[in-house]
Write a protein that binds this ligand. Structure first.
Ligand SMILES: Cc1cc2nc3c(=O)[nH]c(=O)nc-3n(C[C@H](O)[C@H](O)[C@H](O)COP(=O)(O)OP(=O)(O)OC[C@H]3O[C@@H](n4cnc5c(N)ncnc54)[C@H](O)[C@@H]3O)c2cc1C
Length: 240
């Protein structure tokens, strides 16, 4: 039996298995793709957003290299040809293990199998108060907020006559020397040296200070030391 809120249609059958997938990220989308077209399986793919986000290129949106639409695809269109995949935009609030139901703001979804692919949150290592000052980079909202702050800093620096104040406006700190921090710091370097250098006449964007802060002994700890050293050298050439 399928919950009323979940469907409105009666796809009931003794043999039909109901799979509820929470999350339309890489995990959820790939799982639904594997099950698409199966006549014995009814999939409900639930995400709070109506689009799948290609997170690896978020840093390009944050640096104005790409626009948000370039890295977001409507989940619904990905499965428009799959009759057995139902896409639902809803916030999942919990799972009732005894009743085998996924709970959402638009009702409960019965399942035979539930797949939780709701992704990960960024961490501030116990310093959540930092979030107001330094957004994470996991969503389009955060990427466009970072872009707004970086571009606004350049605009303000362009009109600033006090050199100290201008230097402060052109100082960017990126915390975390993992792949995302390295990409972001490098992208700020490239943007200031190549793109903005042309557009701002009263400031020299090459004077921008980009500081990449990492608590461990080196950046990119999950990579070979040789690759990490090469990345560090290349970042330095970009002014990081
Ligand atoms: C900036 C950045 C760069 C990256 N670069 C790379 C890279 O170069 N190479 C690489 O391999 N990996 C990279 N990654 C990691 C990769 O993007 C993640 O490992 C991958 O996106 C995880 O997929 P997922 O399906 O587990 O979660 P996600 O892609 O995070 O998807 C989770 C989905 O669940 C939804 N959701 C969450 N909670 C709820 C809820 N309560 N109700 C409804 N929906 C919910 C979200 O809206 C989201 O759509 C990068 C990540 C980031 C942030």
């Amino acid at each position: 039996m399928v919950s009323r809120a979940g469907s409105g249609r009666a796809e009931t059958s003794e043999t039909l298995k109901r799979v509820v997938i929470v999350g339309g990220g890489f995990g959820g989308i790939n799982c639904a793709r594997e099950l698409a077209g199966r006549r014995d399986i009814q999939v409900s793919l639930i995400d709070r957003r109506n689009y799948h986000l290609f997170q690896p290129l978020l840093y390009q949106v944050a640096m104005a290299g790409l626009s948000p639409a370039d890295i977001a695809s409507p989940i619904r269109s990905l499965f428009s040809g799959s009759r057995n995949v139902r896409v639902v935009q809803a916030e999942v609030s919990g799972v009732d293990l005894e009743r085998r139901q996924v709970k959402t703001a638009v009702g409960a979804f019965d399942y035979d199998y539930a797949v939780l692919a709701s992704g990960a949150q960024h961490a501030y290592f116990g310093n959540e108060q930092w979030e107001d000052h330094a957004p994470g980079l996991k969503s389009l909202e955060q990427a466009t907020e970072i872009r707004r702050r970086v571009l606004t800093a350049f605009e303000r620096a362009e009109c600033e006559s006090d050199p100290m104040q201008r230097r402060a406006l052109l100082t960017f700190a990126v915390i975390g020397g993992g792949p995302t921090g390295v990409e972001l710091a490098g992208a700020i370097g490239e943007m200031t040296r190549f793109t903005l250098a042309r557009d701002f006449h009263n400031i020299d964007p090459k004077l921008t200070r980009i500081v990449l802060i990492e608590a461990g002994p080196r950046i990119l700890p999950s990579f070979e030391p040789e690759l990490a050293s090469r990345a560090a050298r290349e970042l330095e050439q970009l002014g990081v």
